[in-house]
Design a protein around this ligand. Structure first.
Ligand SMILES: *[C@@H]1O[C@H](CO)[C@@H](O)[C@H](O)[C@H]1NC(C)=O
Ligand SMILES: *[C@@H]1O[C@H](CO)[C@@H](O)[C@H](O)[C@H]1NC(C)=O
Length: 421
């Protein structure tokens, strides 16, 4: 009683209104003072047809367009064997070693809800969790910070194939059961890593919810970010704060849409993830190389002025949508006019596939575009390129960029440091 009274007295003298545990918040990486430089491990624990087209082509079934149909439209033993082999080979500890050797400090790991829990009628095949554990160990060994990114939620949060289920209208937000199931998974992830915040400093509770579908989605997303704040920042109960950071996504809204939402001083330990691509519309694929560069350079001021740590968690040096299956298996490219309703801009030959087919002037552009993005995104809290490797789309691959010279071995070693000036 006496101790309690003295604590109250001290608090009163110092005028403190916050709990002392709040003062101890100490994330596993000095966000805001050191730049995030990283890569995504796309296409590993969540399949994407364009990252590994062979896995889809080898099924011989054109109806297999995402992980849902990969699991439902072929025999379960076949799908399981293919997936297991893929999980064992696509990313290994040597990838983590190469990522660290390239001067990067973060990896973002997409994983689907179905790694944790599969509901009735959902065909997903499980078995990803041991690989998440391996990834945490490898990141720890290589001094890389791992971001766990929930990339697919029940019902699909965006209908994209990379949510696991390609559907015309997403059904996550409109069904409270789906949202509750996702909350439960985030709680599970948060308690799994709460004491390992130095190696897993961030959880991204949902990738790319479909804010473009309007307020019905955005209001659910806003509430979900608040609920995830409790789940991620207070995994031990409601008084003891964790050091784990919540990484929310802008849901395709301008950063200003989120002004004051989950921001300091009322909230701490929340970072913003924004994805910057300049290739997913007719107008964008029509841009010149110089326009692609000036578009990404123009992001500098909004990134530097937003009141949260703002990480560009996905971006690419690719300046076309030419990569095979990028818009979906069986869907063409706007750039060469094979996408329904698009208008031909140019041939995709020499712009995607193997770097051995890339001209020296194209590789020079890839370097310039890469550097412009790094310069611009480091005006915020940093960047995470999509993606570490791809079977047959070297313009997207960090690994291929390193091997072919348009990405420097040291990401601070720029050839065009004034490209955004
Ligand atoms: C990584 O850590 C695991 C578990 O501690 C260990 O078995 C493995 O040998 C380590 N690998 C390297 C390269 O240190
Ligand atoms: C909501 O989603 C759950 C699965 O999470 C499903 O079982 C249920 O049928 C859905 N409800 C409606 C109304 O679609």
């Amino acid at each position: 009683m006496a101790l309690f009274a003295r604590a109250m007295f001290t608090k009163a003298i110092l005028g403190l209104s916050i709990l002392s545990s709040d003062l101890a918040f100490s994330p596993g990486f000095p966000y805001g003072s050191e730049k995030v430089r990283g890569v995504n491990l796309g296409g590993w624990l969540v399949l994407e047809p364009w990252i590994t087209p062979s896995l889809f082509d080898d099924t011989g079934n054109p109806g297999i367009v995402d992980e849902w149909t990969f699991s439902s439209l072929q025999s379960s033993p076949t799908a399981t064997a293919t997936l297991t082999n893929h999980w064992n080979t696509w990313i290994t500890e040597s990838d983590f070693a190469a990522i660290a050797a390239a001067g990067l400090n973060h990896v973002r790991l997409p994983i689907g809800y179905w790694a944790f829990e599969v509901g009735p009628g959902e065909p997903y095949i499980q078995g990803q969790l041991p690989y998440l554990q391996k990834a945490i160990t490898w990141a720890t060994n290589q001094s890389l910070k791992l971001i766990i990114d929930l990339h697919g939620a029940p019902g699909s949060q965006n209908g994209f194939d990379n949510s696991g289920h390609r559907i015309s209208f997403p059904e996550w937000h409109s069904n409270a059961t789906n949202v509750q199931r996702t909350d439960t998974i985030i709680k599970q992830i948060a308690s799994m890593v709460a004491n390992n915040y130095e190696n897993v400093p961030i959880i991204a509770p949902l990738n790319e919810p479909a804010g473009f579908d309007g307020n019905a989605v955005l209001s659910v997303v806003n509430q979900y970010w608040h609920d995830s704040y409790g789940n991620i920042r207070y995994p031990f109960g409601s008084t003891q704060q964790s050091n784990t950071v919540e990484l929310i996504h802008d849901a395709f809204q301008p950063l200003s849409y989120w002004n004051g939402v989950l921001s300091p001083p009322d909230y701490q330990g929340v970072a913003m993830d924004t994805h910057i691509y300049t290739i997913f519309s007719q107008a964008e694929v029509e841009m010149t190389q110089a326009e692609h560069i000036s578009t990404v350079c123009a992001k500098q001021s909004s990134l530097s002025s937003f009141d949260m740590w703002t990480i560009v968690g996905e971006w690419t040096p690719a300046a076309t949508d030419c990569a095979k299956y990028l818009n979906g298996r069986g869907v063409g490219s706007r750039y060469d006019g094979t996408y329904l309703g698009s208008t031909f801009v140019g041939s995709c030959t020499g712009l995607t596939g193997s770097a051995s087919t890339f001209s020296s002037s194209y590789k020079k552009f890839l370097r310039q575009f890469w550097e412009a993005q790094v310069i611009s995104y480091e005006k915020g809290a940093g960047w995470i390129q999509w993606t570490w490797k791809a079977e047959n789309a070297d313009e997207w691959s960090y690994q291929a960029g390193l091997a072919n010279g348009w990405i420097p071995q040291d990401p601070t070693n720029l050839m065009y440091p004034n490209i955004c000036d």
